[in-house]
Design a protein around this ligand. Sequence first.
Ligand SMILES: Nc1ncnc2c1ncn2[C@@H]1O[C@H](COP(=O)(O)OP(=O)(O)OP(=O)(O)O)[C@@H](O)[C@H]1O
Ligand SMILES: [Mg+2]
Length: 219
Amino acid sequence: MTVLQAKNIHKIFKKPDNLHILKGIDLELKHNESIAIMGASGVGKTTLLHILGTLESFNTGSLNILNNTTLKDEIRNKHIGFIFQSYNLLEDLTLLDNILMPARIARKKVTATSEAYKRANLLLEEVGLENRKNYLAKNLSGGERQRAAIARAFCNDPDIILADEPSGNLDFDNSNIIHNLLINSVKKFNKSLIVATHDKKLASLCDKIYYLENGKLTT
Ligand SMILES: Nc1ncnc2c1ncn2[C@@H]1O[C@H](COP(=O)(O)OP(=O)(O)OP(=O)(O)O)[C@@H](O)[C@H]1O
Ligand SMILES: [Mg+2]
């Protein structure tokens, strides 16, 4: 089953100087599949992931996510978990509240007896942060933030995980921990994954690797 399909996506940043960054992207993601997107810095990986995650507009082409082509906020919130290159945690909220944020946005119940609350605690255990759940995000280490960002992406039980350089800021050992955590969580929870990365090791753990170059994807 196809969960996400992009056809002939073009993206031009009109300002400041008409940068035609994506020049006809075709991409199909199947259920339970993992795809790595590699490519040099500035080539458009983050832009592409943001477009696939409906966070950024595109100029021409089409995007189909779980048979939805008119992509509303609810669909994104329900079906897509995003791990941002720069974490995007809310610094003055606790770790637990950060993990619960997607559930709050989806207007789910988040009281101590709710499903969302139980799931958030389970996810915190999964990423080894149960003993940090009452810490403010700003008091977490880089590796802890990265793991928190992964847990948050799984909060609403989305079908698709989009991960942007999930180990970009980490040392070798912590990168390996994050890679295994991400790939194992995707398998364990039956998700589909697209991950943008410079890391060959992480890419090699995925089912497919594509290279983004001159605005196009190649194998
Ligand atoms: N809103 C914007 N307006 C204009 N140009 C932009 C905008 N966002 C990104 N760009 C440009 O588009 C190019 C691609 O950026 P993007 O962040 O997608 O690259 P990337 O492949 O993710 O790089 P990295 O590996 O360093 O994360 C860059 O040259 C960037 O300056
Ligand atoms: Mg990037």
